[in-house]
Ligand binder design. Structure first.
Ligand SMILES: Nc1nc2c(ncn2[C@@H]2O[C@H](COP(=O)(O)OP(=O)(O)OP(=O)(O)O)[C@@H](O)[C@H]2O)c(=O)[nH]1
Ligand SMILES: [Zn+2]
Length: 257
């Protein structure tokens, strides 16, 4: 059983006994070098929290989104700390993803989280983000009764301290919930095979299956539609580079097994 699971419960005196876990509409995984772990079930939307300070990894953001895509889960970018003067630069870095169509909500969790509320409605949203992005602050403002600790991050080290240790579901209203998961520094995608990985790059989808070779790796094969799309400016070259890097990591992991 993981956070977000729906269960049937039988009353047993004052206690409740879980009788069954209902079928899941989605199950999000993340891997590290050693194992693959389920994070949350029945998530319908991923919200990746980033901020201009401390700096965030654009690759990590993309890895989270790719894992969500593989489960058919849509993603949303939350650019927190919009009050910081470096915010426009962070916004510009995220253009790689907003151009593809991922929506972005900019806000300041310290000041006002209302810009995010419409995007949360009707969804079970998994909040994910690197340490220090202000995820706990955001959750505290959304759910003032949850009583969570917010850490002061170390600006000198440009890194955050972990304050969230458990994955937890907060109910917003009858149709909406937010799942808060621990800050992450690593998000491997070893559990995706090459086909699933290519499909997780949403802008690749119109071209998949159109390369000259069925088993095209989109590297240097002639007649590669993905590379043609990069040359035509339809796919960003850094996205193809990320695909290739992740595919090599997959192969290396498969060889270790
Ligand atoms: N300027 C500014 N600072 C913010 C904002 N939101 C959060 N912070 C600060 O960012 C720091 C990190 O916030 P947290 O909420 O602890 O960050 P977190 O992402 O939950 O980090 P972990 O708990 O380590 O995963 C704190 O010093 C917050 O006060 C914001 O909107 N603007
Ligand atoms: Zn190809």
């Amino acid at each position: 059983m993981v956070c977000g699971d729906r269960v049937t419960v039988r009353r047993d005196g004052k206690a409740g006994v879980i009788e069954a876990v209902l079928p899941r509409t989605s199950l999000l995984y993340r891997s590290d070098a050693f194992k693959t772990k389920a994070i949350a079930a029945n998530v319908t939307q991923l919200a990746v929290v980033v901020a201009a300070r401390p700096s965030f990894s654009l690759e990590l953001v993309q890895r989270c989104i790719l894992a969500a895509e593989e489960q058919g889960i849509s993603s949303l970018l939350v650019l927190n700390k919009a009050d910081l003067p470096e915010t426009p630069a962070a916004h510009a870095r995220l253009a790689l993803l907003t151009r593809i169509g991922y929506p972005l909500v900019a806000l300041s969790a310290l000041a006002d989280v209302s810009p995010l509320r419409p995007a949360l409605h009707g969804h079970t949203t998994l909040l994910i983000g690197q340490s220090g992005m202000g995820k706990s602050t955001l959750v505290n403002t959304l759910f003032p009764d949850a009583g969570m600790a917010t850490a002061e991050y170390s600006e000198a080290l440009d890194s955050g301290r972990h304050t969230t240790t458990h994955t937890r579901l907060h109910r917003l209203d009858a149709e909406s919930a937010v799942i808060d998961s621990p800050g992450l520094q690593e998000f491997a995608l070893q559990h995706l095979d090459a086909g699933a990985l290519a499909h997780a790059f949403v802008e690749f989808r119109p071209y998949l299956g159109q390369c000259r070779f069925r088993d095209c790796r989109h590297e240097s094969e002639p007649g590669c539609r993905i590379r043609e799309a990069v040359q035509a400016g339809e796919i960003d070259s850094s996205r193809l580079q990320l695909f290739q890097a992740l595919r090599r990591l997959q192969q290396a992991a498969a060889q270790r097994l």
